[in-house]
Design a protein around this ligand. Structure first.
Ligand code: ARG
Length: 466
């Protein structure tokens, strides 16, 4: 059995059911590589302040490197630590017992001046410092896939919706680029969170600090922290970085789920804007004709799990007394699961969007229901000097007149138009056209093709290094 880090005071071994209940290697094994780096920095520091000899420091650092190498995850379906789960309390115990196999009694010195309370926070922070930039790049790749699709769809006009009712014509590319903007904010939110993960907790010990002459500043420099935690109790109790990560990921998943919903609608026969590649769609075991957008549905469904992770972490921390409590172990399943799910989701979405085709039907779309030019008529009238409210009333009446007769605006005669909009000339019919509608927009950030093209260029440039 692997050694414990705390046996001396106890007469009995832990009950098997309590082990099974409380051991965490199956989850915190994820921290292995981060913790190897933390322990190497710690060993170097111990040698520097002469709590161990320089030769001991070197032996520990190299044995730690061997452990890191041996237990590297090569195949994501395999857990090299699976075999140790039953009898090893946690990743900290695991690393120390592996060290003992390599350096014997010297392993007992690695934990000098530290507690698992400050160690686990430090390793989790280092883990996030390594993982969040990887997620950032995956978001960027996904953004790039959307930008590519927007480029392919550049001149396609669709009826933009509000309340899921036809509102005004917009470029499909404009709609797609809205998502790129949202995702870019997600990246910046995660980067902000990462920016605050800059105070080293190691040195806080269990809660009170240490009477040993440790050098946390040195460890901080080694591990890429800007400074050292100012308060040892805050250092071991703080999980804001977990909350911030999960909050950032939750907002990201709000966006992913909204995008997924749009694509589910657009892929439905009712809309038929986009066609999915066979390699990213699935069939039905009963209905042979079916081709379903499961990736998007899973994204929509899985978003709830991520929000659950955030909520469970908030609840975990709410009212928790100072300083460390074992409850805090429960931060990790939520955090790791959210990170893994996000990473896979971004990859699957990037592939799915990359292989999306714009349907011919939407390319050739012209409005059958041309009420969505009502705002064009209204603004046309405002430009002629009629007050906005009066023009709104008149166009509203015109629409009601046409709707009552089950006619489109384009089917009304000029004299019918004139009943509502006196003095109108035949140029009014040119307003009822998708491309001319989008091309009349003037505000920055509008769906005007020139604006959209400019945005496409900006995004392509910003994402060119991805
Ligand atoms: N598995 C624990 C966690 O994740 C490690 C710290 C344990 N500390 C303790 N005093 N029991 O939080």
């Amino acid at each position: 059995m692997a050694g414990k880090l705390w046996g001396g005071r106890f007469k009995k071994d832990l009950d098997p059911v309590v082990k099974c209940f409380s051991y965490s290697l199956a989850v915190d094994g994820e921290l292995l590589q981060a913790e190897i780096a933390v322990s190497q920095a710690h060993a170097r520091m111990l040698a520097r302040v002469r709590l161990i000899s320089a030769a001991e420091g070197r032996r520990l650092v190299s044995a730690l490197a061997q452990i890191g190498k041996k237990f590297e995850v090569k195949d994501p379906h395999e857990d090299p630590l699976a075999h140790y789960r039953k009898n090893t309390e946690d990743i900290h115990t695991f690393i120390q017992s592996e060290l003992a196999k390599r350096v014997g009694d010297l392993a007992k010195k690695i934990h000098t001046g530290r507690s698992r309370n400050d160690l686990v926070v430090t390793s989790t922070l280092v883990y996030l410092k390594r993982t969040l930039p990887v997620l950032d790049q995956k978001i960027a790749k996904f953004e790039k896939a959307i930008v590519n699709l927007a480029e392919k769809a550049f001149d396609v006009v669709i009826p933009g919706l509000t309340h899921l009712r036809r509102a005004q014509p917009v470029l499909l590319s404009h709609h797609l680029l809205a998502y790129v903007g949202m995702l870019d904010r997600d990246r910046s939110r995660l980067r902000d969170a990462l920016g605050r993960m800059d105070k080293l907790p190691l040195g806080a010990g269990a809660l009170a600090g240490s009477s040993l002459a440790l050098d946390p500043k040195f460890v901080a420099r080694q591990l890429g922290f800007k400074g050292v935690a100012e308060n040892s109790m805050d250092a071991v109790s703080d999980r804001d970085f977990v909350l911030e990560t999960l909050a950032g990921l939750s907002i990201l998943w709000v966006h992913l789920s909204r995008l997924a919903e749009d694509f589910i609608l657009w892929n439905s026969e009712a809309f038929d804007y986009v066609r999915l590649d066979d390699s990213v769609a699935t069939g039905s075991s009963l209905m042979p004709q079916k081709k379903n957008p499961d990736v998007f549905e899973l994204i929509r469904g899985r978003a709830g799990v991520i929000f659950g992770n955030l909520l469970s972490s908030l609840t975990l921390l709410k009212g928790l007394p100072f300083a460390y409590n074992r409850d805090l172990q429960e931060d990790k399943p939520a955090l790791f699961s959210a990170i893994h799910k996000t990473s896979l989701a971004l990859e699957a979405l990037a592939v799915t969007i990359d292989r999306c085709r714009i349907s011919e039907k939407v390319r050739n779309w012209t409005a059958q229901d041309d009420f969505l030019y009502a705002t064009d008529l209204l603004e046309h009238w405002v430009k002629k000097g009629i007050s906005f409210q009066a023009a709104h009333e008149r166009v509203g009446r015109l629409v009601r007149y046409a709707a009552d007769r089950e006619k489109n605006l384009g089917e009304l005669s000029l004299s019918e138009f004139r009943k509502f909009l006196p003095g109108v000339d035949s140029g009014v019919y040119q307003l009822l056209d998708p491309w001319s509608s989008v091309s009349r927009k003037k505000t920055p950030g509008s769906t005007h093709p020139r604006e959209v093209k400019k945005c496409l260029r900006v995004w392509k440039k910003r994402l060119s290094g991805v």
